[in-house]
Design a protein around this ligand. Structure first.
Ligand code: PFF
Length: 454
């Protein structure tokens, strides 16, 4: 650890926007709508919101405490706060999880660039739904084209990472996040105004609990951790760059609210538009790559230019959201290698980028030529998504909550949430109760329920 040279974010707003930049990403715009669409819409969203408040916010504050207190990246933070204990493995596991997520996340992030290009060159013009399905599967299964975009995306991420915490991460978030927010709101308004859009709004807002199964709970919990960037120490790594006057509770609340709002707005872009042209909401991971271009074409059939502009805005938005998240995912292993092995930031980043290109290539090819290679009945891409989001992140989150709830000295915990007594933090007793009992037991129950234990 090189505590003395450690940089911080330049401002409290910078810290919030960087953390929100990590949280808001493909998880909100790509993953949330298809998980909600597959699990009955509004009922899923209700359970999701429960997971955000019950697990998400307290665990986010815990990760902030771990990061700011240790002043170390997640790989070293547990070791610093509980030296010579097996807790350090939780940190190492976080680094591995981040690396694996980035390995498939960057593939989807790359796809957004292909769709930006198609919107620019008019590649969606005059196509029908059959053609969009074919276009997507031909592209995603192509041996080279997705790889090209994967490389472009990973190298862009690399470029920001080597610029450092203030100049790279904080600056890019300050520009990209407000832009993204304006775009999401504008597109949601357009979508809700389309003829026949009410059915989509109803699907999002009117719960039908008859569809709720153990799978829905696991899906909602995994989605909450994934979307809020929790369970792998990403936000604890960012918190290690927080200044001492950053308010941990208020920052978590802002990040949680922004993240949830963007997810709901993404739902408001996608479902009303899909229903408006009679497309089913349960199309799965391809929802935004097949249904949406089709929606934009059909909804503006008399004005193809307008359809292309909407499509372009949407995919640019998606690429920006993905970029601020890939930056945060890359930062976890980079900061770890930098601190643990004393590599320069540049060298650490190069090693991570190289590793990601290898894992990314494998998971991209898993959707095409290497599709027969399976793990637990899933291709490598689907396996990485399932294993990281639904198993590793909730487990990592549970460990963080037990660590702060039971292991760290409570004076330290109180000092962190109150900024050494300068803030009131009236939520402290509830927060501690959730960390000690509700979150660990709740997460365990959802796991056991999924395994069919009761
Ligand atoms: N939260 C990001 C999203 O919603 O796209 C994905 C992500 C980033 C997950 C960082 C986990 C993480 F640590």
């Amino acid at each position: 650890m090189q505590q003395n040279e450690r940089v911080n974010f330049g401002s409290k707003l910078g810290a919030i926007l960087a953390a929100a930049g990590s949280a808001v990403g493909l998880g909100n715009v790509w993953r949330f709508p298809y998980e909600a669409g597959n699990h009955g819409g509004a009922a899923f969203i209700c359970i999701y919101l429960g997971c955000v408040f019950l697990f998400g916010l307290p665990i986010m504050i815990s990760e902030f405490i771990i990061g700011r207190r240790s002043k170390a990246s997640t790989g070293e933070a547990y070791q610093a706060l509980a030296p010579h204990t097996p807790w350090r493995w939780v940190g190492y596991l976080g680094v591995l999880t981040g690396f694996l997520i980035l390995g498939y996340y960057a593939v989807v992030a790359g796809w957004t660039l292909e769709y930006v290009l198609q919107a620019v060159i008019g590649g969606f013009d005059g196509k029908d739904s059959e053609t969009f399905i074919r276009m997507f599967s031909e592209f995603s299964q192509h041996p080279f084209r997705p790889l090209l975009w994967l490389f472009v995306f990973v190298l862009t991420t690399h470029f920001v990472i080597v610029k450092g915490v203030k100049e790279g991460i904080e600056r890019s978030s300050k520009v990209l996040m407000p832009l993204l927010f304006v775009l999401v709101v504008a597109l949601a308004v357009c979508s809700v105004l389309l003829p026949g859009a009410e059915k989509g709004v109803e699907f999002l807002l009117k719960p039908d609990f008859s569809q709720v199964t153990a799978d829905v709970f696991l899906g909602a919990m995994g989605q909450a951790f994934f979307s809020m960037s929790l369970g792998m120490g990403c936000l604890s790594t960012y918190a290690s760059y927080f200044g001492k006057d950053t308010r941990l509770g208020a920052t978590a609340m802002s990040v949680g609210l922004i993240d949830t709002l963007v997810a709901i707005l993404a739902g408001l872009i996608i479902f009303p538009a899909a229903f408006s042209v009679g497309i089913q909401p349960d199309a799965g991971p391809s929802l935004i790559f097949i249904t949406l271009p089709n929606v934009f074409q059909q909804a503006f059939s008399g004005f193809p230019l307008l359809g292309n502009v909407c499509a372009l805005l949407f995919y640019v938005l998606l690429a920006m959201a993905a970029l601020t998240s890939t930056i945060s995912l890359h930062e976890v292993p980079t900061a770890f290698l930098h601190e643990k092995f004393g590599f320069t930031r540049g060298k650490a980043a190069r090693l991570v980028t190289l590793g990601i290109l290898v894992v990314g290539t494998v998971s991209s090819l898993a959707l095409g030529d290497w599709g027969e290679v399976t793990l637990f009945g899933m291709n490598i891409f689907d396996f990485l998504d399932f294993f990281t989001a639904k198993i590793m992140l909730p487990l990592g989150g549970m460990m963080a909550s037990v660590f702060v709830g039971w292991i760290i000295d409570k004076q330290v915990v109180r000092a962190e949430v109150t900024n050494d007594g300068r803030l009131k933090a009236p939520y402290y007793p509830v927060f501690l109760f959730i960390l000690r009992y509700l979150a660990p037991v709740g997460i365990l129950v959802i796991f056991l329920n999924e395994l069919g234990c009761f």
